[in-house]
Write a protein that binds this ligand. Structure first.
Ligand code: NAD
Ligand code: LMR
Length: 340
């Protein structure tokens, strides 16, 4: 009798978790933009996604109509700001990707975007705190070092903050690092894993070459490579010459991070991605957010890995990172306190 009941319960549990894990709604806020469109396309091509909700202040329904003709199983719905568009787009989302906001032009830093993007991200976060408080929130909008703390403050104020479900997407730095090192070393980028820690702008981007396959790189070759990884975004901004920043590589990076979260939510183990999260690593120095290797699981960020052994050169990079990062984080927090 007991055994029979137990097997029914196990069956029910499996059936429940299978259907729960197979229904994955992904929402993109800023879906009409340079990143939003290719990112939405990649999400439409992902068989783990069952529902795709595309919101933008302009163009959401058009992008959705276009993608909805692609013969994969997911449904695609476009939303605009009228009526309950944003709340409906967010409702029941498992993942909310946020690439809404303005990109850089040549000569600008990511921090120069703060004045415009802070309020965009704050307002979207307010909507998410109401309509999808349990979703994984993936922040792409720059400056990530400040926009992630903004989302956290908004969620705290709404009483729904779960630090395990908030991620600054720094995957592009990791993607660049493996590509750039492979170009120097003439290797296959797929086999190159370079942890990139810290934050997502200039000197706050800290690649740990000592933890890569090429720990012995030194001198000018190492310095040039580190500089290229830290300022890779500027290369694209310059090449696009006023037409924006990285969109296609960013879409790939955002889709990779979302896919990692979906795999982890569906029970796959050992999925580790560097990402900018609420982290204990430097809280004693007043730095509440930090990117390091994070193991993902059904509850979001399951385990935040330590920085690990680094050399003297990397320690100097890290010291410089922490100075800027602290200011960037404080700026985001102060913004929400002054402009709730
Ligand atoms: P874009 O201008 O092409 O697209 C932005 C989109 O956001 C537009 O369609 C716009 O209508 C929309 N938008 C603006 N305000 C909105 C709001 N309140 N609600 C919903 N949508 C809104 O810009 P892009 O090239 O796609 O870049 C978007 C952001 O991503 C920028 O801030 C850029 O700096 C950042 N970015 C981050 C990374 C990263 O690694 N994290 C990489 C590249 C770009
Ligand atoms: C990037 O790294 O490409 C993005 O953060 C966009 C930018 O402004 O450089």
């Amino acid at each position: 009798m007991f055994a029979a009941r137990r097997s029914i319960n196990l069956f029910q549990k499996r059936a429940f978790s299978a259907s729960a894990s197979q229904a994955s709604k992904v929402t993109v806020l800023g879906a009409g933009g340079g990143i939003g469109q290719p990112l939405s396309l990649l999400m439409k091509l992902n068989p783990r996604v069952t529902q795709l909700a595309l919101y933008d202040i302009r163009g959401g329904p058009g992008v959705a109509a276009d993608l909805s003709h692609i013969n994969t199983n997911s449904t695609v719905t476009g939303y605009s700001p009228d009526e309950a568009g944003l709340a409906d787009a967010l409702k029941d989302a498992e993942i909310v990707l946020i690439p809404a906001g303005v990109p850089r032009k040549p000569g600008m830093t990511r921090d120069d975007l703060f004045n415009t993007n802070a309020s965009i991200v704050r307002d979207l976060a307010k909507a998410a705190a109401k309509a999808s408080p349990n979703a994984n929130i993936l922040v792409i909008s720059n400056p990530v070092n400040s926009t992630v703390p903004i989302v956290s403050e908004v969620f705290k104020a709404a009483g729904v903050y779960n630090p395990k479900r908030l991620f600054g997407v720094t995957t592009l730095d990791v993607v660049r690092a493996s590509r750039f090192i492979s170009q120097v070393q003439k290797t296959d980028p797929n086999g190159e894993k370079v942890p990139v820690i810290g934050g997502h702008s200039g000197v706050t981007i800290v690649p740990l070459l000592s933890q890569s396959n090429h720990a012995s790189l030194s001198g000018e070759a190492r310095d040039a490579l580190v500089n290229r990884i830290q300022f890779g975004g500027d290369e694209v901004v310059k090449a696009k010459d006023g037409a924006g920043s990285a969109t296609l590589s960013m879409a790939m990076a955002g889709a990779r991070f979302a896919e990692s979260l979906l795999r982890a939510a569906q029970g796959e183990k050992g999925i580790i991605e560097p990402t900018f999260v609420d982290s204990p690593l430097f809280k004693d120095q007043g730095i509440d957010f930090f990117a390091s290797r994070v193991e993902l699981g059904p509850n979001g960020a399951e385990k935040i890995h330590e920085v690990g052994p680094i050399n003297e050169y990397e320690q100097k990079l890290l010291d410089a990172c922490l100075v800027d990062l602290k200011k960037n984080i404080e700026k985001g927090v102060a913004f929400v306190k002054a402009n709730p």
